[in-house]
Ligand binder design. Structure first.
Ligand code: NAD
Ligand code: ZN
Length: 255
């Protein structure tokens, strides 16, 4: 048995025994769905000036900001679908093997795969929020209309309900993520470089609480030599099904 199979087998046993398990995901888990991460392959992000995602710029130049936002998040990524990695996490939640996902992604793919307990640390593209009255809208219902979406109640400017540079973390997701990290026994870190703060502080909370840290990434990350107990090098869409294979085997073989 190769070492990655041995690791996957060992992890399967740990996951089955764990009373509370969390997955912390980043752009890497969605790479196989066709959304390029910031780091690694795929240079689309370098084609855009990041200032369109700065909150001050958005209020100063809403039309310019929205033009690019629509192009990247609502036109380019419109047909993306969950991949094998997202699907395994959703299956594990159904089977009582995974308690929640903390995601830095804003692409809604965990929910599309069927996951319910998802803490969106950076918000989501799937909703728009009124910058005047805070009313929220489904992105689909609004985006087909005019270039600059406005609130049907107060006519205020709508913005995607994900955080722009210069905005704080959504309070509820922040608190849920901290609570989950503090009480978990197993903490998966999947497809994230650990370069973005304060999200990158969440895994350390799990480590401090004594959780087993299992990292899956194509490359080593900020976490690999600091806190990861297991580092499985490869794509999430291959490694997660491999761990699942041993979980299912283990369940069948149990007396
Ligand atoms: P990142 O771009 O900084 O790092 C991506 C990581 O994923 C890298 O370490 C890379 O080696 C790894 N990776 C690439 N392909 C992989 C695969 N198939 N399987 C496993 N690992 C793989 O991403 P980040 O750490 O999430 O930080 C980027 C920030 O940008 C986040 O805040 C996120 O909100 C945002 N972002 C979101 C999306 C999305 O919603 N899908 C996409 C790009 C960026
Ligand atoms: Zn409003």
């Amino acid at each position: 048995m190769t070492s990655i199979h041995l690791q996957a087998k060992e992890i399967a046993e740990i996951v089955i025994k764990s009373s509370y398990s969390i997955a912390f995901t980043g752009a890497g888990i969605s790479a196989e769905s066709g959304i390029p991460p910031f780091l690694g392959e795929g240079g689309i992000w370098s084609r855009y000036n990041p200032e369109v995602l700065e909150i001050d710029y958005f209020f100063r130049q809403p039309m310019k900001s929205w033009t690019v936002i629509k192009e990247i998040f609502y036109n380019f990524f419109v047909d993306v679908k969950p991949n094998a990695g997202h699907k395994i996490l959703s299956k594990w939640e159904n089977e009582g093997m995974l308690d929640a996902i903390i995601t830095q992604n804003i692409d809604n793919l965990h929910q599309m795969a069927g996951s319910c307990e998802v803490y969106e640390f950076h918000g989501t593209t799937s909703r728009l929020i009124c910058t005047d009255c805070n009313k929220t809208f489904s992105s689909e219902s609004i985006l087909s209309e005019k270039m600059l979406p406005t609130c049907t109640d107060c006519n205020g400017l709508l913005k995607p309900d994900f955080i722009f540079f210069g905005e704080g973390i959504p309070l509820k997701a922040y608190q849920q993520s901290i609570d989950a990290a503090r009480k978990c026994k197993v903490f998966f870190i999947i497809g994230t470089s650990g370069e973005v703060s304060p999200a990158n502080q969440i895994p350390a909370l799990a480590k401090e609480s004594g959780a087993v840290i299992i990292e899956i990434n194509k490359e080593t990350s900020f976490y690999t030599n600091r806190i990861s107990d297991y580092f499985l090098q490869g794509s999430a869409g291959e490694i997660l099904p491999l761990i699942d294979h041993y979980i299912q085997l283990n369940k069948v073989n149990r007396p």
